[in-house]
Design a protein around this ligand. Structure first.
Ligand SMILES: Nc1ncnc2c1ncn2[C@@H]1O[C@H](COP(=O)(O)OP(=O)(O)O)[C@@H](O)[C@H]1O
Ligand SMILES: [Mg+2]
Length: 270
């Protein structure tokens, strides 16, 4: 089985997953488009399955080109492309009854001013990740001085009762990790595993169902005892998830097997 991985950097969980996959005889083709120029004429489908680990614009575009050439991608490229856009994601989650904060979009952020009468907002770049470009805003004048990172969405800020409740899903198995935000040091990334309540399980499974995927991560903020899903990742970090490399490798081999049978794109886009 040949698996292409489009990536920028490798966290320890992913590094270990690669080791487990190699041990099982999987041939890995690591593509790092940021590090080496890609001649588009040479870009062709050379692997049974492509894993889109990186979220950069370049990685996404290379994956899109491969998808157009018939590659099977994990998660499916069209889904990943949609999930990069927090405006689309938030609306889809709301439609599915997933608790999300009230969210507003405007090309001119001064339009958000009246919303501040009812409490603080958190502004996020609409294609943001890893906490980049996020601002909590309490007063109207703070909106004027902000250095904005392109198109932003404004979300009702729900002061958290504690650390984020991150939820990872690998093939329907759910894992809860409590993690502080923002992280202060690298070890904070590991967080603390916790048992998911029935409510959080239900929320997490509904998020996967919205996008038709079973490999993803969620950031959930619990405020006043109520959970709000604030972010969904197409491929989480899985840091702190017990035994993550083995569970991920099992999942990837199963997906690769389905891709080799030509079943992956069909079942996943259905
Ligand atoms: N509406 C919100 N209310 C309270 N805290 C929030 C809200 N949205 C995000 N946060 C906090 O900000 C962090 C980063 O926001 P997130 O939407 O996950 O952005 P990114 O895609 O950059 O990770 C979250 O992990 C959470 O701790
Ligand atoms: Mg996040």
């Amino acid at each position: 089985m040949r698996i292409g991985v489009i990536l920028d950097w490798v966290n320890p969980v992913i590094g270990e997953t690669f080791r487990v996959l190699s041990e099982r005889g999987v041939k890995l083709d690591l593509l790092r488009p940021e590090e080496r120029m890609v001649d588009l004429a040479d870009l062709r489908v050379e692997n049974d399955l492509y894993i889109l680990k990186s979220g950069t614009e370049l990685a996404l575009s290379v994956a899109g080109a491969l998808h157009a050439l018939g590659a099977a991608t994990l998660n499916p490229y069209p889904t990943v492309a949609m999930m990069r856009n927090k405006i689309i994601v938030t609306r889809m989650l709301k439609e599915a009854g997933v608790p999300t904060p009230d969210t507003y979009v405007a090309s001119d952020p001064s339009d958000f001013r009246p919303l501040l009468e009812f409490g603080p907002l958190i502004l996020k770049p609409y294609r943001g990740s890893r906490g980049a470009g996020i601002h909590i805003v309490r007063k109207p004048q703070e909106l004027d001085g902000l250095k904005l990172d392109g198109l932003m969405l404004a979300q009702r800020y729900h002061p958290p009762d504690g650390p984020d409740c991150k939820i990872y899903c690998i093939g329907g198995r759910l894992f809860g990790i409590r993690r502080i935000w923002p992280i202060e040091k690298y070890e904070d990334k590991l967080g603390q595993p916790f048992d998911l309540s029935a409510e959080l399980r239900d929320v997490a499974l509904r998020c996967g169902a919205v996008f038709g995927i079973d490999l993803y991560g969620l950031d959930t903020v619990v405020s006043d005892g109520r959970p709000y899903v604030v972010d969904v990742q197409k491929f989480g970090s899985y840091m702190g998830v017990p035994d993550a490399p083995r569970v991920l490798a099992d999942y990837i081999v199963a997906a690769g097997t389905r891709a080799m049978r030509g079943e992956l794109q069909l079942s996943e886009s259905a």
